[in-house]
Design a protein around this ligand. Structure first.
Ligand code: NDP
Length: 284
């Protein structure tokens, strides 16, 4: 039987509706969640992501500001801006769109963001707290993936989850979160030998490599939940995932499409983090 398509777009829409209600309630108490996105340079993909984030904010009632800076801004100037945003009580969340131009240290910029405003969940303090299992801002894509899996009704506890990819923004954190959900987790990467021997044992398969169509039905255990994080533009101009959707959907139980799967969840988790940040800051 063909897999159920996990429409991240629809799940994201229902979470956004819940968030919109929550924001409306907060506004009655005088709390208006605010997000500032800083974007440096004119990379079209980055600008498109930032527009998506601003649109998401508008949808749920979060006040958003996009600060566009020229590519020749110095690291020092950018750090001053971050400091001002840290001190601005109307700004609950700060996001610096990556990548930054090569002359600016991403590490220095992320570390400069106040951890309580780190809605991307990339600050070392946020990551440390996530590793410790403390209440913290979770990185958006991994958090979105866990929410999507939960919505399938799949019990993660005791399942074998295989994650392909070990980046700091997807592979590593999602592995950790799956383990915190009591899955048994195997991490694979470009040096893994005989990849299919691992993937064929996966009840839950998360693929985050950025390699178009690298996973076919021969890699997938019948009935597996397949989460395709990859976003790849192929020669025809079409966006495709890391998974051969058409053939894998014939063996999986659930599969995310690209686009419309993980992507919409990522922005939604950013909105959720911003609302959480606003609530926490209002209490302080
Ligand atoms: P990175 O390039 O940082 O990491 C890719 C990972 O895949 C690396 O760990 C690499 O291994 C591994 N890898 C590469 N080739 C292979 C292979 N042939 N076999 C096994 N493992 C391999 O990418 P990101 O994690 O940042 O992103 C992954 C994909 O997800 C991209 O397509 C990106 O666009 C997309 N993405 C989508 C998001 C969304 O919201 N939908 C959000 C973030 C990313 P090694 O470490 O050994 O090099």
């Amino acid at each position: 039987m063909a897999a159920t398509i996990l429409q991240g777009k629809e799940v994201a829409q229902s979470i956004r509706a819940e968030l919109a209600n929550e924001v409306a309630e907060l506004k009655k108490q005088g709390i208006v969640p605010g997000l500032t996105v800083v974007i440096v340079g004119d990379d079209p993909a980055s600008h498109s992501y930032v527009r998506g984030k601003a649109k998401g904010c508008e949808e749920v009632g979060i006040t958003s500001e996009i600060m566009m800076k020229d590519a020749d801004i110095t690291e020092e100037e950018l750090l001053v801006i971050i400091q001002q945003l840290n001190e601005n009580p109307n700004v609950n969340g700060i996001l610096v769109q990556l990548p930054l131009p090569a002359h600016i240290s991403e590490h220095a910029v992320i570390e400069a963001i106040a951890p309580e405003k780190d809605v991307d969940g990339f600050h070392p303090i946020s990551i440390g707290n996530m590793v410790l299992g403390n209440d913290t801002m979770l990185p958006c894509t991994p958090h979105g993936i866990i929410e999507l899996i939960k919505r399938t009704g799949t019990q993660m506890a005791g399942k074998h989850a295989v994650v392909i990819g070990r980046s700091n923004i997807v592979g590593k954190p999602v592995s950790l979160l799956l383990q915190q959900e009591n899955a048994t987790v195997t991490m694979c990467h470009s040096r893994t030998q005989h990849l299919e021997e691992y993937t064929q044992k996966a009840d839950i398969l998360v693929v985050a490599t950025g390699r178009a169509h690298m996973i076919g039905k021969e890699h997938v255990k019948p009935g597996a939940v397949v989460i395709d994080v990859g976003v790849n533009r192929i020669e025809t101009g079409k966006l495709v995932g890391d998974v051969k959707f058409d053939e894998v959907k014939e063996v999986a139980s659930f599969i995310t499409p690209v686009p419309g799967g993980v992507g919409p969840m990522t922005i939604t988790m950013l909105l959720k983090n911003t609302v959480t940040a606003a609530k926490k800051q209002a209490k302080q």
